[in-house]
Design a protein around this ligand. Sequence first.
Ligand SMILES: Nc1nc2c(ncn2[C@@H]2O[C@H](COP(=O)(O)OP(=O)(O)OP(=O)(O)O)[C@@H](O)[C@H]2O)c(=O)[nH]1
Ligand SMILES: [Mg+2]
Length: 387
Amino acid sequence: MDTTQVIVIVIVAILVLGGAIGAAVATQRRRKQLEELPPAPKAQEAPKVEEETLSAAPPKEVPGEGEISTPAIELPESLPSRMQRLRARLARSGALGQTLLGILSRGDLSAEDWEEIEDTLLLADVGLDPTAEIMENLRTQVKIEGTQDPQRVRAILRNELRTLVDPAMDRTLHLDTVSTDGGVPVPATILMVGVNGTGKTTTVGKLARVLIAEGKTVLLGAADTFRAAAADQLTTWGDRVGAPVVRSDREGADPASVAFEAIEQGKEKGVDVVLVDTAGRLQNKAGLMDELGKIKRVMERTHPVNEVLLVLDATTGQNGLKQAQVFAEVAGVTGIVLTKLDGTAKGGIVIAVQRALGVPVKFIGLGEGADDLAPFDAESFVDALLG
Ligand SMILES: Nc1nc2c(ncn2[C@@H]2O[C@H](COP(=O)(O)OP(=O)(O)OP(=O)(O)O)[C@@H](O)[C@H]2O)c(=O)[nH]1
Ligand SMILES: [Mg+2]
């Protein structure tokens, strides 16, 4: 064997060895990722796939992947005109103001009138404790000022409501992330949670539209895998607002895998925000709540979830509070989206739910349309509430 042959053999040996080490490291890394996954919850409503599916059968993307926005997409309504329209709609649903105005305009307030004010607040879903607080402060202030002037009493009441709605709460979405995964920027993530039919999927669509209008690139993850129709509904929104959707082609696939894959693809495409829709679940179904916890943990492998938005149907009134508490415990809710305030909802639930969770209402839903989502604004909300 001459020197050239020896050198060739050595080079080939190095290349083979290098390749083998590389493959072993990659396998090890993948295995470690999978091992870090929490144990799969017991199957409840839908069969779960093994966590290995993360690599074995990655969720597929619907057509349109790679195009973060397409030119055919309708542009959102401008913010001022949307706000004006939404305020008018909210004001129409504010029965609280009409009734209170009726009582206050009677002039000298009798014991029955005070009771009626209290009942009106309770019926508007303000909640027991906040109502008691408002009433006490209102009586005290009226006594101190020695006033029975309806306009003045109304102004005091407005101030009390304003204090309880708390204009100082931070209601912005925190979507700044400087995290990287091996040099690849990690997108900001939003996880949408809540019980069945509250408006999660619709809110994902509306919110994606708002973010895209702000110039952000958005990808949607269809982690509601219970029904194929759920992913179809999200895909319709994705097409409408110009956001690609990551979904599984199998009904009953592991939602955590889809959420994981959505973030992976978000990284690949370099999108700014990944919005993950989840299936509606009742807060008293332990298996389903465990599953939600798992979705969140899997999403947090490289970066904490930026926002966990709890979608609450305002028409469910005080019943929503218990739901809110359980979801907050399991998923660490960072903000509330209160939907269906355009309907028969009474609005006072904003005060009750913020107080129960200590978490701000960040958005309100005022209809089924793409532009029927508004950032929550404490001042105009109280005005609209009082009519
Ligand atoms: N009036 C009104 N309807 C809304 C609002 N938000 C959602 N909806 C409607 O409520 C219904 C349920 O909305 P979805 O977005 O499918 O609710 P979901 O929480 O995703 O439902 P599940 O996935 O089945 O749990 C739909 O008919 C929506 O159009 C809102 O702010 N106002
Ligand atoms: Mg849904």
